[in-house]
Design a protein around this ligand. Sequence first.
Ligand code: ATP
Ligand code: MG
Length: 317
Amino acid sequence: MRKIITIGEILVEIMATEIGDGFLEPISLIGPFPSGAPAIFIDQVAKLGQPCGIIARVGDDDFGRLNIERLRRDGADVSAIATDPDRPTGSAFVRYRADGTRDFVFNIAHSASGAIAPTRAGSELIESADHLHIMGSALSSPALAEMVFAALESIRARGGSVSLDPNLRKEILAAPGMREALDRVLSRTDLFLPSGEELFLFSEHADADRAIKDLLARGIRTIVVKNGAKGALCHEASGSWSVPAYPVTEVDPTGAGDTFGATFVTFWLRGSPPRESLTLATAAGALAVTRRGPMEGTSTLAEIEAFLALHHSEESL
Ligand code: ATP
Ligand code: MG
């Protein structure tokens, strides 16, 4: 089986137990929960039984140990998670507002995640990999972006493949070098996983069909557009497929895109037909939003299949 790796932030998330605005007075919090988009992604890949690993950095603290133990337990290769002697593990405090948007307090840039650097274990993981998944957040610092480019070239030179989830909104494109880094990665991407508006990041066209044609013409083999509660679409030169989202009660949307992406990438690499990969990924995304905590929403294949069996038996009643 092909080994999937990613590079990027590992965090803990600590969340307000009640809906409201900001953190300006004492409120009840729950956490720490393991988190970080690349970490959630790789945990979901591991739970599907695919060989996988992550290049990351945590502090010498319980927030770091909590993440490493979770990823190890679920089957990910944690050998390239370095421990920083000086910086703490990254964190994010989050509170949901009544309209569903979120307030965050982040400690990432000055945490261990902000000091990810090349290591021997990291090089060994890259050498063992067949596929690199890139999250936009890994391109936000020039030093980390250089590591990503080097991993990309090494894996591609050995015949491996690359997927990209920009995981950002248009506003963050203003970060210095971000646009160039994204363009550079996109031209070497096989599988592109934008959500909603991100489809238009790389195209002159505001029209979805033309943007897709553009991207396919640039050499991208598969484009998967994530549309939250509206489901997802897959486009290849040979056709397009669409699946609706499963109706579920949303408890916590954080991590849906990452579990969806991990499931799609895994089945795409296994050679599954697009509709099947989309269906499994959509079920994984639906399961993710029903559970509180970003990484708590990842699922085993047995859980995804049980969800699909239940859903489709209800549909035929
Ligand atoms: P993120 O905010 O984590 O970056 P994203 O924009 O990358 O998310 P979404 O489109 O929000 O990704 O979610 C990915 C997939 O998960 C969707 O395509 C859908 O299949 C499923 N999903 C997300 N939200 C819901 C929901 N409320 N109900 C059912 N399924 C959902
Ligand atoms: Mg996303």
